[in-house]
Design a protein around this ligand. Structure first.
Ligand code: ZN
Ligand code: ZN
Length: 183
């Protein structure tokens, strides 16, 4: 497996893609991946793999990409370390760019599924933007994560703390009821 130093190095030269197409798998080192994501809350500690396949149909090239890896972060509710698995599948057609398309061919896609190329398909740029878009906005260790107690900071996934028991609305209703009885 080929190792590359930056994802935007992944470029395909259409004139070299014949009827047989091409297929490749590259490995991205964790430090490179962490730098690519450029999000101080996300760390990558093991390599990512990017597998891509290109097939040709006349002037149009069809690209299929699989991105696999793991991102380490903290749960937004309970702050426990957690990993998010990346298993991204992308497909895009690429057509020769008409003259009016600017030099930034990858930014000037026709749609999510159709991009342009001039001398090269900027596949790495496409992969980075789709990968960033695919990541969750909020990371949770589980959908049911109960978070930390606002009073004592205890992790409520591991049990109920004493201050939470006092704040429980059912206990509040009970104490109001007792106060009424006393009056
Ligand atoms: Zn959590
Ligand atoms: Zn508490």
């Amino acid at each position: 497996m080929e190792r590359i130093k930056a994802i935007d190095e992944i470029r395909i030269i259409p004139e070299f893609i014949g009827e047989a197409g091409m297929e490749r798998e590259v490995r991205i080192d964790p430090e490179v991946m962490t730098a690519t994501l450029a999000n101080e809350d996300l760390q990558v500690t093991s390599p990512f793999t990017i597998h891509y396949e290109v097939t040709r149909h006349l002037e149009t090239l069809h690209v299929r990409v699989e991105v696999k890896g793991e991102v380490s972060t903290l749960c937004a509710r309970c702050l426990s370390p957690m990993t998010h698995t990346v298993d991204l599948h992308l497909e895009s057609d690429y057509m020769p760019a008409p003259p009016e398309v600017s030099a930034q061919v990858e930014a000037e896609r026709l749609s999510a599924e159709t991009g342009y190329f001039r001398n090269a398909i900027l596949l790495g740029e496409y992969i980075i933007s789709e990968l960033v878009l695919s990541l969750p906005f909020i990371y949770l260790c589980t959908e049911q994560c109960r978070g930390l107690c606002a009073g004592c900071g205890a992790n409520l996934n591991t049990g109920q703390c004493t201050c939470q028991a006092n704040d429980d609305p059912r206990f509040q209703v009970l104490s109001e009821f007792k106060n009424k009885l006393r009056r």
